[in-house]
Design a protein around this ligand. Structure first.
Ligand SMILES: [Zn+2]
Length: 64
């Protein structure tokens, strides 16, 4: 999935990446999205991600 966006700052890794997705108000770059999709719930990255985006946890779980 490729969507052209303006260069925006990823909410997870805090790097600018023009390829990514928006979920509500947050932006996730394709690298982090891939990490999340490949993550296990017990995975460290996934935990980190949920901490970052705690508010949107439920909607995020629905995308994968
Ligand atoms: Zn990222």
């Amino acid at each position: 999935m490729k969507e052209k966006q303006c260069v925006e700052k990823c909410s997870v890794c805090e790097q600018n990446n023009e390829n990514g997705i928006h979920i509500c108000d947050i932006y996730i770059c394709e690298n982090c999205e891939r990490e999340i999709v490949n993550s296990d719930v017990s995975d460290e990255f996934y935990r980190y991600y949920l901490q970052k985006l705690k508010k949107l946890k439920h909607s995020l779980l629905n995308i994968s």
